[in-house]
Design a protein around this ligand. Structure first.
Ligand code: BG6
Length: 516
């Protein structure tokens, strides 16, 4: 089963041979104002995403990008920097013709983020450009600045009245980390609330923009055969794994203060948990879907702080080998303290106290420098209630498992028992496998930008969602950090499946992790 023979037609144009048929509406003219335009995120993700959307015909002719940052630069300098970035992003697929037209739409204006007065310069620059490119007053403000200055940029946008909507929309996109605990997230939300209304705010979680993550809801709610089996009566437990082979790379400055619980769990993993566990909303609308996700967060049993170790295991990678190559341990990485206690791995056991999930543990696990890059949700069904093959089959019967593979090798697999061919009664575990293969998909940043242009908040996190996840995790993180002195890090080798304690966490319940 694959979708590779279908074609994606955008206004009659076939994009690639292996694409999928769907209708995509080209958004209305708009302008994108990037704060932090000389930074890494702009070069690696944002501008390449806008370029690819434009090249593939998903953008209107009427749009422009206004980059802003501290460094003084001309429009030409900015275009040169972006040209390098786009060439680097698409080394085999760069079109000079498209670039020439795209480059005309790139402009730059330097500002001092903390000086409210200089935001007037953005306004002065915007107005003639809006006339030239006929974008009306549809404005997207993208915060690609360090999180430490989010609040001041947001408040200054508000004070200079750039967030006010007259004849168009004014949306703001903000990336994680969205605070580092409950209080800082609340303070950020309150700054946002002073400048924008919730309808204008797009809190981004790039996992929600992944095609396969979105398809969890379609799989669950567009088929009637799985949903009746999606509850405590049939499911023994659920595992969610996001494993990476990469280490901390060049991000120690951020990661040393974050660690895996803030970096991966508060956002991506809890979002995957919510999509797996939520009830079907009555309509597929942004706020109805987000209501259901928040209900899941609010039903998660608070972590028992006095026995946190029975529900949470932390780890930090030591040296080892990834794909046959020797790699350094976390404490030896550039910018990391040689005595760092920052966790790069965590495994959590979570219960959702509601009718559907009562008594079903969700085992969540994520770490860096694990043996494979893999993100998957596995639903482990209960064993058969009565072993009628006793005396014929010596072994126990391995229960069926449904695996949603989110990346790489995206697809869905059902593992179940059949009879092995031959005379004797032997069981044989087989796979029913669906693979997405290589179909055309939007890269996460393209999806996010398009949705923000279309005013669709489905894939963005609402204020109450952020608050609920931080409220759950903050006490646990504080407790674990207060005990950090007792950790014996590093406690797993690069290339292994994580610390031995994580294995004990699940084996103590008579279960096993799916191998990574
Ligand atoms: C980011 C984290 O949000 O997600 C990184 O900050 C992590 O530490 C990354 O590597 C993983 O994303 P992906 O899309 O590569 O699975």
């Amino acid at each position: 089963m694959n979708m590779a023979d279908k074609k994606l037609q955008v206004r009659g144009k076939v994009l690639t041979p292996e694409t999928v048929e769907c209708e995509i509406e080209v958004p209305n003219p708009f302008c994108l104002v990037i704060f932090g335009a000389s930074g890494d995120l702009t070069k690696r993700k944002i501008v390449p995403a806008v370029y690819r959307l434009y090249r593939n015909g998903f953008l209107p002719e009427g749009f422009f990008v206004l980059g802003t940052a501290r460094s003084p630069m001309s429009d030409e300098d900015f275009r040169d920097q972006m040209l390098d970035a786009v060439k680097q992003a698409f080394p085999d697929d760069f079109s000079q013709n498209v670039w020439d037209k795209f480059a005309e739409k790139l402009c730059y204006c330097n500002i001092d983020y903390s000086d409210a007065g200089t935001y007037g310069a953005i306004k002065d620059r915007l107005e003639p450009l809006e006339k030239k490119f006929r974008t009306g007053e549809n404005r997207i403000f993208y915060l690609a600045v360090p999180p430490g200055i989010y609040e001041s940029v947001i408040l200054n946008i508000g004070e200079s009245r750039l967030s006010e909507e007259q004849s168009g929309y004014s949306h703001v996109v903000i990336e994680k980390p969205f605070g580092r605990d409950t209080d800082s997230a609340r303070s950020l939300n309150s700054a946002l609330g002073r400048s924008f209304s919730e309808r204008q705010i797009y809190r981004m979680d790039h996992y929600l923009a992944k095609e396969t993550v979105q398809s969890i809801l379609i799989f669950r709610f567009a088929n009637s055969i799985f949903e009746p089996l999606w509850n405590r009566r049939y499911i023994d437990h659920v595992q969610i794994t996001v494993a990476e082979t990469l280490g901390v790379e060049h991000r120690a400055g951020y990661y040393e203060h974050a660690g895996v619980l803030r970096d991966m769990f508060q956002n991506h993993i809890f979002q995957l948990l919510a999509l797996t566990a939520m009830e079907p909303p009555s309509v597929f609308e942004a706020d109805r879907v987000r209501d259901e996700k928040v209900k899941v967060f609010r039903s998660i049993r608070p972590f028992p702080i006095d026995s946190a170790g029975e529900h949470a295991v932390l780890g930090q990678y030591g040296s080892g080998a990834i794909d046959g190559a020797e790699v350094l341990g976390y404490r030896g990485e550039p910018g990391v303290s040689p005595a760092s206690n920052t966790p790069t791995f965590a495994a959590l056991k979570v219960f959702i106290d509601n009718w559907r999930w009562n008594g079903v543990p969700f085992y969540l696990r994520s770490g860096k420098r694990l043996p494979k890059r893999e993100a998957a949700i596995s639903i482990h069904y209960k064993p058969v209630p009565h072993m009628m093959f006793k005396g014929i089959i010596e072994d126990h019967i391995e229960p069926s498992t449904l695996v949603l593979r989110l990346q790489p090798d995206e697809g869905i697999t059902l593992e179940f028992q059949t009879k092995a061919p031959g005379g004797k009664l032997c069981l044989n575990k087989v796979l029913m496998d669906f693979s997405y293969q290589t179909v055309f998909t939007f890269e996460a940043y393209e999806r996010v930008l398009l949705d923000c242009m279309q005013g669709d908040q489905m894939l963005f996190v609402r204020e109450d969602g952020v608050d609920a996840t931080w409220s759950l995790l903050t006490p646990l993180i504080e407790k674990l950090e207060s005990e950090a002195g007792r950790l014996r890090f590093p406690n797993y080798a690069s290339g292994s499946e994580g610390p031995a304690e994580a294995v004990k966490l699940i084996e103590a319940d008579g279960r096993k992790w799916r191998p990574i």
